[in-house]
Every structure is written in structure tokens, then in C-alpha cells.
Write a protein that binds this ligand. Structure first.
Ligand code: HEM
Ligand SMILES: Nc1nc2c(c(=O)[nH]1)N[C@H]1C(S)=C(S)[C@@H](COP(=O)(O)O)O[C@H]1N2
Ligand SMILES: [Mo]
Length: 384
């Protein structure tokens, strides 16, 4: 890009604007990890525009400090500044490459996961850089009509680049063209044919439906323990080994009557993994509202946590939980082990890492469980 000195704001203004743009990109990037409904789309748009404006800002800055970087590589502070510059360029390059449709397999990681991890790793380097180098801006750094024009230009370039990138991917028909508002690409397929994504070492043995129990516990009047046979039957079940060995499980024989007699719930919903892919499917199973009606939440029950046999868990407010489906089937096929058989969370408008697999307990709680949020920071660290 050609830009004479007249286009760039004064050095200290550039530096502090880089900090602002970096903070914006980091904040919107992290918040986008829980963005699940179309109303959250603006977060990712702001992320893209802020990130693309940063490309211009970083170019201005590097043009200015390049001679010093090259000259003093032996100085520790300068060496760390150079590392910060390299990482920032890597974050920008991975973000833009992902948006343009690049989907290389990086030893089990996606480019988007690498992008997010590099973005977070920048934080300590940027803080060190600030402590060693920051000079407070003065009014003189921002004075003049020219500065206002320069900033208007910068915002326009960021927004135009964002539009241009969308137009380019659409015109070329690259992978990136079909991105969801979260930045995820479609996986297509039907039924169980989509990637299995497990968090770190979350990899349980296949579950025997005959032994398995679903417990509805916590702040409820009538705790339940349901067997696989107590769950609604999905009519017209398809798939190779559809109900092999399952009838043996039958019901656990308690207050489950209301649940069994309910017809299977069907929910069309999108599973959107933060590592950058999504699928839309019909999910069949039991509506959590039906389970709660049978168990009778106590007056102080406000949240519902879904717990996996592995200890992995996630919770949502009680009113939202009523609409969650605990699925035994996808597109009429019994879930495979990898996708969470016998039961997984289907939480429309929530991101994939919140769709707990191999569910063994539904816990009604008075307040949220902060420990679950650990999963947010590690959810991008996905296998496959
Ligand atoms: C902190 C420094 C970061 C910078 C400078 C940055 C910058 C960028 C840029 C320039 C793009 C391409 C925008 C486009 O062409 O549309 C991008 C895309 C993206 N970034 Fe970041 N990013 C950062 C951190 C993060 C983090 C921490 C996350 C998530 C955890 C994240 C998630 C995303 C997503 C989901 C996209 C794809 C958006 C789309 O497809 O439209 N970023 N980022
Ligand atoms: N118990 C458990 N549930 C889990 C996970 C996990 O690792 N363990 N991974 C989550 C993540 S990150 C995603 S994207 C979805 C993926 O579901 P899938 O493997 O059926 O594609 O499951 C979620 N549920
Ligand atoms: Mo995920």
C-alpha cells in the first residue's frame, strides 16, 4: 500500500490507536466465542473491521521503527518488540487467510484456532512492550483537522477492506464465501457424518445403554433416574445398527411416566464449533422442559447444568434450559459414540462447546457454576 507521511497520524497517535484497535480485536474475538445468535453478528463484523484497520496501523508503525528493529536485535527489549511485531503480523495474516477461505490442517488445529491462540499470546508481549515503551500522548499528538481526516480515512479503509473481502470470497466462490456470521464454514452432510470434536483429553469409553442412567437432581422436588428405555422413542429410526442391544436397558422404573409418554421432540439447530465449522441438523430426543415438569424444580432453582460422564459440563438459565433438547438421534439416526451416545445437549443459539456430549446428569442449581467457563478458554483446542 502506498501512503505518504500525510496519510498517517502522528507517531504517538498511531501507537495508542494500535493499542485501542488491538484491545478491540481481542475483546470482540474472545466475546465471539460465545456468539451463537444472529444478534451477535456485529461482534464479528467489528472484529474484522478493527483487525483490518490494524493492518494499516501496523504498516505505519513498522515503516517508522523498522531501522531500529533491524539495528538492535541484540537488545532484549528490542528483540521482544520484534517478536511482538512478528506475532501481530501472524495474527493478522491468519485472520485474513481464514476469512479468504484458507483451511489448512495444522496438526489437528484449524487456522482459526491458531489465529485465536496467537491473539491471546500477544497479550503478555504487548503488556511488557507498554511498560517499557509507552509515552503518554499529549494533546499535540491529536491536534488539527488533518488528524480527524486521517482517522476517518482509516475507519473507511477498514470497512472497505471488510466489504471487499466479502465480495472477493463471494466472487471467487472460495470456502470462506459460505461462512456463517461466526466465521465458521459449513460441513454439509447428513446424520452422524460431521467431525467429532473433543475437548483436550475428553475421550470416554463407549457407553452401554443398559447401564446408563440420566439423573435429574439438585433443586428439584422429585429427583429422577431414567434409563434409556424411559426416553421417548424416535419413530422411523434409521441407521445401520439402529437399536441394537438397547431394549435391554428398559426403564429405570420411577417417576418417568410423563417423560416416556411424551412424543420425541425434534429440533432443527446448528452446531457451530469455535474451531470454525458448522452443521445444521434435525435432532430428536427429549425436551428438557418435559424432564423439569416431571422433576418439579424448587422455587429457588434458576440454572440448569448438563454434566457429562467425563465431568465436562455447561449450564444455562432455567427458562432457556426448558427449550434445550437432549438428543438421542440426529436426522433420525441413533447418535454415534463420538457424537455423544446415548444423550447430548442440543442448545439452539449456543456454540458447540456448550453442547455437552454423553450427558449423565441434569442439575438444577440456584446460581451458575463458574468452573464451567474454563471450557470457553480451552474449547478452541480441539482435536480434528
Ligand atoms: C488480538 C488480536 C487479534 C487481531 C489483531 C485479529 C484480527 C483479525 C483479522 C484481521 C481478521 C480478518 C477479518 C476479515 O478479513 O474479515 C480476523 C478474523 C477472525 N478472528 Fe481475529 N484477531 C485477533 C484475535 C482473535 C481472537 C482472540 C479470536 C477468537 C478467539 C478471533 C476470532 C476471529 C474470527 C472468528 C475471525 C473470522 C471472522 C470472519 O470470518 O468474518 N480473533 N481477525
Ligand atoms: N463431554 C464433552 N462434550 C463436548 C465436547 C467434549 O470434548 N466433551 N466437545 C464440545 C465441542 S468443542 C463441540 S464443537 C461439540 C462437538 O460435537 P461433535 O463432536 O458431535 O461434533 O461437542 C461439545 N461437547
Ligand atoms: Mo468446539
Amino acid at each position: 500500500m502506498r501512503s505518504g507521511p500525510g496519510l498517517a497520524p502522528r507517531p504517538r497517535a498511531v501507537d495508542w490507536t494500535i493499542l485501542a484497535a488491538l484491545t478491540l480485536a481481542l475483546a470482540t474475538g474472545l466475546l465471539s466465542l460465545t456468539a451463537g445468535s444472529a444478534g451477535d453478528a456485529w461482534l464479528v463484523v467489528l472484529h474484522g473491521i478493527g483487525g483490518l484497520a490494524l493492518v494499516v496501523l501496523v504498516y505505519w508503525k513498522l515503516r517508522r521503527v523498522w531501522p531500529r528493529l533491524a539495528a538492535a536485535a541484540s537488545d532484549r527489549t528490542v528483540a521482544l518488540s520484534a517478536l511482538l511485531a512478528a506475532m501481530t503480523l501472524a495474527v493478522l495474516a491468519t485472520g485474513v487467510a481464514w476469512a479468504l477461505g484458507a483451511t489448512p490442517d495444522l496438526w489437528g488445529w484449524t487456522l482459526l484456532t491458531l489465529h485465536a491462540v496467537l491473539g491471546v499470546l500477544i497479550v503478555p508481549l504487548a503488556l511488557y512492550h507498554l511498560l517499557r515503551r509507552a509515552r503518554p500522548p499529549t494533546r499535540a499528538d491529536w491536534e488539527g483537522r488533518r488528524t480527524a481526516l486521517q482517522y476517518a480515512g482509516l475507519a473507511a479503509v477498514g470497512a472497505l477492506a471488510y466489504r471487499g473481502q466479502k465480495a472477493l470470497t463471494a466472487a471467487l466462490g472460495t470456502t470462506g464465501a459460505d461462512r456463517r456470521f461466526t466465521g465458521s464454514n459449513p460441513e454439509g452432510g447428513t446424520g452422524n457424518r460431521f467431525p467429532v470434536t473433543n475437548w483436550m483429553l475428553d475421550d470416554p469409553d463407549p457407553i452401554d445403554a443398559g447401564e446408563w442412567r440420566l439423573r435429574v437432581v439438585g433443586r428439584v422436588e422429585r429427583p429422577l433416574a431414567l434409563g434409556y428405555g424411559d426416553l421417548p422413542t424416535v419413530s422411523g429410526e434409521s441407521g445401520a445398527s439402529a437399536s441394537d442391544g438397547i431394549e435391554a436397558g428398559a426403564g429405570a422404573g420411577n417417576a418417568a411416566g410423563a417423560v416416556v409418554s411424551a412424543p420425541a421432540a425434534v429440533e432443527r439447530a446448528t452446531l457451530d464449533c469455535t474451531s470454525g465449522w458448522y452443521v445444521e441438523r434435525d435432532w430428536q430426543g427429549v425436551r428438557v422442559g418435559a424432564l423439569l415438569d416431571a422433576a418439579g424444580p424448587a422455587g429457588d432453582g434458576r440454572f440448569v447444568t448438563f454434566r457429562s460422564v467425563t465431568g465436562y459440563r455447561f449450564g444455562v438459565p432455567l427458562s432457556e434450559a426448558r427449550d434445550v433438547v437432549l438428543a438421542t438421534h440426529v436426522d433420525g439416526e441413533r447418535l454415534t459414540h463420538g457424537h455423544g451416545f446415548p444423550l447430548r445437549v442440543v442448545a439452539p443459539e449456543r456454540r458447540g462447546f456448550q453442547w455437552v456430549k454423553w450427558v449423565v446428569a441434569v442439575e438444577v442449581r440456584e446460581r451458575p457454576d463458574p468452573g464451567q467457563w474454563l471450557a470457553i478458554f480451552l474449547s478452541g483446542v480441539d482435536a480434528e
